[in-house]
Design a protein around this ligand. Sequence first.
Ligand SMILES: [Zn+2]
Length: 97
Amino acid sequence: MSGDTPTHPDAGGISDPYAERIAGETDVTWQCAVAANDEFDPADPEYCPHEPETVTLDEPASIDGDGKIQLPGRPVDCPECGNPYEFLVNRLVVTFV
Ligand SMILES: [Zn+2]
């Protein structure tokens, strides 16, 4: 299992798109992952019409020692379908458990 997060962003030269594109951001693009998934069409009962929106966080996003993305003040669920756990944040899939 993972859990070894480089203590330094440049450690090992590993490119982490989450660290690069989300960490430190206060305004993030937020979209329900169901809506972003083109496997569903509007006739599908699981279809979600949520459009990407910009949300302003209470504090800049960060990644904790376990590699979990922290988005203080984020919306808790999708306003369209109620999905509470999977979203696209700055076009990257983020799962909340
Ligand atoms: Zn949704």
